[in-house]
Design a protein around this ligand. Structure first.
Ligand code: S3P
Length: 171
């Protein structure tokens, strides 16, 4: 069983992923945490010291590694993972259980406003710039997110309810 959760920053991939993994009694993996452990650096430090291109290269390598060495897991991706290289093709080749957690822009902005400082893609933005940025960015990224096998509209659902929807859709 390989379950992959994707979606924009702040869409709840990690929270929901943990619940699904607990429920199914399988391993939970968070790609950002996996990269941080392997590189012994925070994602923010990787961006600051080595640059985004280095991060994207490592992100792709560790994603492939996870599919090679792990059999059964719930994997929460980083918000940008589906949008680079052949990541989305790899994911959909390896599993039919890829899920896009789709959240509307106002809710994403509310969530990200509180925690933008440790997110290198948005930490430089003023609060009033966030809505426009997220709107444009999500529009560009939706093309990739929509390649997921399942799309879940999450706005009014709790993480537990979203986890239930995922568990009931597994193939
Ligand atoms: C990114 C999202 C982050 C992390 C990195 C880049 C992005 O993951 O991978 O900061 O490009 O959207 P989360 O979606 O878990 O915040």
């Amino acid at each position: 069983m390989k379950i992959v959760l994707l979606g924009y920053m702040g869409s709840g991939k990690t929270t929901v992923g943990r619940i699904v993994a607990n429920h199914l009694n399988i391993k939970f993996l968070d790609l950002d945490a996996y990269i941080e452990e392997a590189e012994r650096m925070s994602v923010s430090s990787i961006f600051n010291e080595k640059g985004e291109i280095y991060f994207r290269k490592k992100e792709m390598e560790y994603l492939s590694e996870i599919f090679l060495i792990e059999n059964s897991f719930v994997l929460s991706l980083g918000g940008g993972t589906p949008c680079f290289g052949t990541n989305m093709e790899l994911i959909n080749e390896k599993t039919k259980n890829s899920f896009y957690l789709n959240i509307g822009i106002p809710e994403l902005v509310t969530r990200l406003m509180k925690e933008k400082n440790h997110r290198p893609m948005i930490s430089h933005l003023q609060d009033q710039e966030l809505t426009e940025f997220v709107g444009k960015h999500l529009f560009e990224r939706s093309f990739f997110y929509n390649k997921a096998h399942h799309k879940i509209k999450c706005n009014n659902n709790s993480p537990t309810e979203i986890a239930e929807i995922i568990i009931n859709s597994l193939v």
